[in-house]
Design a protein around this ligand. Structure first.
Ligand code: AMP
Ligand code: ZN
Length: 466
């Protein structure tokens, strides 16, 4: 499989340290608010990657952290603590906020068919491991104490900016906070490993440490949690592109300084979901959630389909029109795939070329839109329904679009006006049928159909879809 590697800035042949096994690490959510559908774009694409590696025969161990401490408003260690901000906003404790939004995150993942990683580890579970790692970095001379905080000394590294491709905007994350520049830092790019004397007197979660009571910086958690569960070598590390700098750059710095050898050779980054106003972001306050999509009548899986239609390395522009188009294509596709009967012969030799087309798409830097095209090609192929079902079930073990399940409820958007009108018409049709006025009932069905609404009579009543 060829996968783009942010570290080498090219597509590399995917390799692992132990043949057949993949140690995969994913940066998890900061649980101070709901995940927005931009965050979830990253998790959907990482889920497809994990499932495709399994499909290709790898034994994958996937680890994800939950950031419930230490992530400040700016990735460059300044600003307010995000968890504290969430707790203040909702008049709850930090741990209540963490529990609520962790549960909400996994509920969203479930709706999007995102598998829960094999290991999910909240940062607050691993304080002794962080302290141990920081102590070792101090012993080895890669860290220093200043103003009672512990910092990583980036000048001790030959090459701190390992990703090479930092653009001006990226670097600005590290320097734009010069207004409140931390005078303790020896170098501008140094970062906090442990906050002891912090500006947050009201920091809710604090732990004892060799340097006094305090709490960890954000970056140390991912290095430490990866080492805890995947050992000295990680095969594949994932996140959104905003994680490249400073978060992943810092993770590499501290992990390799601690280990004394190279750590993770393959870095997978998902481009952002943008709105016309720019990157969708939690801190801006206005963002779209899975629940909001559902309230508007969208099936979360239609959003998954929308994401799979684009390449993960291209920024994806969200608009309601674009989502509506995805809904319409998804609904049509799923109604065709789920209608396949389990009938006819399955001839393995006939499946091979279609299977190869799917593999070729996914082996080429996870080209999910061609992976979806492979499903359409199966539908068009001269094969029995049973053979088509076999292939689609296989591909769907990676795409996770529930392609073989009939759509029960409308997966299409129902703006309020349309919904009210459809419901009124359905009630009128029912009344006509009760009155044995079948001509009126049929006329109403035609009227609905003319506006693209299909109705279905079931034993529990009439359902409709667009
Ligand atoms: P956070 O909860 O802020 O720590 O972010 C969780 C994940 O979502 C990280 O991997 C981010 O890189 C990623 N992310 C943040 N914003 C976006 C976006 N607009 N589109 C795609 N991924 C994003
Ligand atoms: Zn991380």
């Amino acid at each position: 499989m060829q996968l783009y590697n942010t570290l080498t800035q090219q597509k590399d042949e995917f390799k692992t340290h132990t043949p057949g096994k993949v140690g995969m690490y994913t940066c998890g959510p900061t649980v101070y608010h709901f995940a927005h559908i931009g965050n979830l774009r990253s998790y959907i694409m990482e889920d497809v990657l994990e499932k495709y590696l399994r499909y290709a025969g790898y034994d994958v161990k996937r680890v994800m952290n939950i950031t419930d401490v230490g992530h400040l408003a700016s990735d460059a260690d300044t600003g307010e603590d995000k968890m504290l901000k969430g707790a203040k906003r909702e008049h709850k404790t930090v741990m209540e906020i963490a529990k609520f939004y962790t549960d909400a995150f996994f509920a969203d993942c479930k709706k999007l068919n995102i598998k829960t990683p094999d290991v999910v580890e909240p940062a607050t579970n691993c304080i002794p491991e962080f302290i141990h790692m920081i102590e070792t970095l101090l012993e080895k001379g890669y860290a220093y104490q200043a103003g009672e905080n512990i910092y990583f000394d980036t000048s001790k590294l030959k090459d701190y900016y390992v990703f090479g491709s930092h653009n001006v905007e990226d670097l600005a994350v590290g320097v734009r906070d010069s207004v409140e520049e931390d005078a303790n830092k020896r170098n501008k790019s140094d970062f906090v490993l442990w906050f002891t004397k912090s500006k947050f007197e009201d920091q809710a979660l604090k732990w004892d440490s060799p340097w006094g009571v305090g709490y960890p910086g954000w970056h140390i958690e991912c290095s430490s949690i990866s080492l805890k569960h995947l050992g000295e070598y990680c095969d594949l590390h994932c996140g959104g592109v905003d994680n490249i700098f400073p978060h992943h750059t810092n993770e590499i710095a501290q992990s390799e300084a601690y280990l004394g050898h190279a750590w993770c050779p393959q870095w997978f980054h998902v481009a952002h979901l943008n709105t016309t106003g720019g990157k969708m972001s939690k801190s801006k306050g206005e963002f779209l959630t899975v629940s909001l999509l559902e309230e508007k009548g969208y099936d979360p899986l239609a959003y998954r389909f929308f994401c799979l239609q684009s390449h993960y390395r291209k920024p994806l522009l969200f608009s309601w029109e674009a989502l509506d188009n995805a809904v319409s294509a998804y609904t049509k596709l799923r109604s065709r795939t789920s209608a396949l009967k389990n009938e006819g012969d399955v001839n393995e030799a006939e499946l091979a070329p279609l299977r190869a087309a799917f593999k070729e798409a996914m082996d080429n830097d996870l080209n999910t839109s061609l992976g979806v095209t492979a499903v359409y090609d199966v539908l068009k192929a001269n094969l029995s329904d049973a053979a088509k079902r076999t292939l689609i079930a296989e591909f769907d073990s990676v795409l996770s679009l529930n392609l073989l399940e009939p759509i029960e409820t409308a997966a299409a958007p129902q703006d309020n006006e349309l919904t009210a009108w459809v419901e009124e018409r359905i009630a009128a049709r029912l009344a006509a049928k009760k009155a044995k006025d079948y001509a009126t009932a049929d006329a109403i069905r035609n009227e609905l159909s003319a506006r693209g609404v299909t109705i279905k009579d079931t034993k529990d009543g009439t359902t409709w879809s667009l």
